[in-house]
Design a protein around this ligand. Structure first.
Ligand SMILES: [Zn+2]
Ligand SMILES: [Zn+2]
Ligand SMILES: [Zn+2]
Length: 129
């Protein structure tokens, strides 16, 4: 049986590559830039502390459980009911304004250039992170 998942509310900051200024894959530690291959050390002490101290509700019995680790995803065992659940990484979304109709789109940023289609006016445009 796959343990139920709870999405973390804490996310590492979005960081740009110091070499080519494109967005790095989200995470902490040694992160490799997908565009230029530079390996960058990303550290952010407040995020690490917040990840370790994050409290989530056990989806089985609703008891509050402290994560105790800065890893995401992390398998946690509830102290009250001894059941396992997975604390997944937070999915970060950013708001992009459509250049044609100025409506806001909420998307998941991914490194590099990609084409988006605005659901409001159907026009396509490119975004680069
Ligand atoms: Zn780079
Ligand atoms: Zn529980
Ligand atoms: Zn639009």
């Amino acid at each position: 049986m796959v343990p139920p998942e709870v999405e973390s509310r804490v996310a590492p900051p979005l960081v740009n590559c110091p070499e080519c200024d494109s967005m790095l894959p989200q995470g902490l530690g040694e992160i490799e830039c997908l565009l230029c291959g530079a390996v960058c050390r990303v550290s952010h002490a407040p995020t690490v502390a917040a990840l370790k101290e994050e409290k989530v509700q056990c989806p089985h019995c609703m008891t509050v459980v402290e994560a105790g680790t800065d890893k995401r995803p992390a398998d946690l065992t509830c102290a009250a009911c001894s059941k396992i659940f997975t604390l997944t990484r937070k999915i970060v979304k950013v708001e992009i304004e459509c250049p044609s109709c100025e409506s806001n789109l909420r998307i998941r940023p991914r490194p590099g250039k990609r084409e988006l289609t605005c659901p409001g006016c159907q026009s396509s445009f490119f975004v680069t992170f």
